[in-house]
Ligand binder design. Structure first.
Ligand SMILES: *Cc1c(COP(=O)(O)O)cnc(C)c1O
Length: 358
């Protein structure tokens, strides 16, 4: 049998295994920050009708520039946004890949502040971009001084900032974003996949866009909208950035079915986003309850919580799995990440947590 090693694959990919959280058949799955609530029946029916309306025309390619969808996304972001500032793709992962294809690549460097989203370095690898692993500070925070010093050292072509950050849940002060913009020679990408879960008073980097043509803010419908299976992510930036990613995007990358489904979902955003406040209640409950049990817990503005287990996190992960709860080992020694879902899922998680000796 032919194995991967027998194929003439790139030297920098040799010996690697594909990325992905285990998709195990467990009753309580709190490992990939999905929205635990299914799409409501009425919305599912509307999306179904929108998809059905496209089927006869599938002999034709879809709108290559997804103009109508980008207009809807601009309207969702609010007054003042125009579709020429918006670009959409199959998940924000694809948006990030396109950004690295056009602003990174061989001979160029991308930088991220770890621990952060593990897809950013993997997309750098796939696009031949050198990866510079910068560090977060105490309690997973990032000060202006810490950020600027590391950007100055590496002179990256692309900086990834993630706020609220996965896996820590922490938000960035906008002063860090503006300081990095001032110091970095290249593009600054703020990954705001969890923006809708942030606590009151958190200001989005969207508010900085007007003055900063090298700033890109990425969002997704995978988390707050409960639309992870629909695969729709997007960016907001200067229109020149949107023109730039169009140099590398595959023609017709967003299928007619995806565009129709996403537009129908956006038209029902009030129903879909109505779960966000309930999830935030569970998020805050998990933080409070874990701290009451003596765990160290990172502040969270996302739909998940990073908590210290007191010992080997791989063993703790297995203890929780044996109790029927799947959480995420993000490879951070001593810490695990749990997604906030329904009240019943929180109940089950908190019971299982008692089995950990903290
Ligand atoms: C989940 C997540 C995404 C979303 O990726 P999609 O491709 O849009 O599903 C992006 N960034 C971060 C930090 C995430 O945790």
């Amino acid at each position: 049998m032919t194995s991967l090693d027998d194929l003439p694959i790139r030297a920098d990919l040799r010996g690697l295994t594909p990325y992905g959280a285990p998709q195990l058949d467990v009753s309580v799955r709190l490992n990939t920050n999905e929205n635990s609530y299914p799409v409501p029946d009425a919305v599912a029916e509307t999306i179904g009708r929108a998809i059905a309306a496209e089927l006869r025309d599938l002999n034709r390619y879809p709108d290559r520039d997804a103009v109508a969808l980008r207009g809807d996304l601009a309207a969702y972001l609010g007054a003042g946004f125009n579709l020429d500032q918006i670009w959409a793709a199959n998940g924000s992962n694809e948006v990030h890949q396109q950004l690295l294809q056009v602003f990174g690549g061989p001979g160029r460097t991308a930088l991220g502040f770890l621990p952060a989203y593990s897809m950013h370095p993997l997309l750098a690898l796939g696009t031949g971009t050198r990866w510079a692993p910068a560090r977060r500070g105490v309690d997973f925070g990032l000060t202006v001084a810490e950020a600027v010093a590391q950007v100055r050292e590496h002179r990256p072509d692309v900086v990834f900032l993630c706020s609220p950050n996965n896996p820590t849940g922490t938000v960035l002060d906008l002063a860090v974003v503006t300081a990095v913009l001032a110091e970095a020679p290249g593009m600054v990408v703020v990954d705001e996949a969890y923006a809708e879960f942030a606590r009151a008073g958190t200001v989005s980097a969207l508010s900085l866009l007007g003055d900063h043509p090298r700033l890109v803010v990425t969002r997704t419908m995978s988390k707050a909208f409960g639309f992870a299976g629909g695969r729709l992510g997007y960016l907001a930036a200067d229109p020149a950035v949107v023109a730039a990613v169009q140099l590398v995007r595959l023609p017709y990358h967003l299928s007619a079915l995806t565009q129709a489904a996403a537009r129908a979902a956006l038209a029902h955003r009030d129903e879909l986003l109505s779960t966000v406040s309930a999830i935030k209640v569970q998020r805050d409950r998990i933080v409070t309850e874990l701290r009451a049990r003596g765990h160290r817990v990172a502040d969270s503005d996302a739909n998940f919580v990073l908590f210290e287990v007191g010992g080997d996190q791989r063993a703790a992960w297995q203890v929780l799995l044996d109790a029927g709860i799947l959480v995420r080992d993000v490879g951070l020694p001593g810490w695990l990440r749990v997604t906030a879902g329904t009240p019943a899922e929180t109940d089950a998680f908190l019971i299982a947590v008692e089995k950990l000796s903290s």
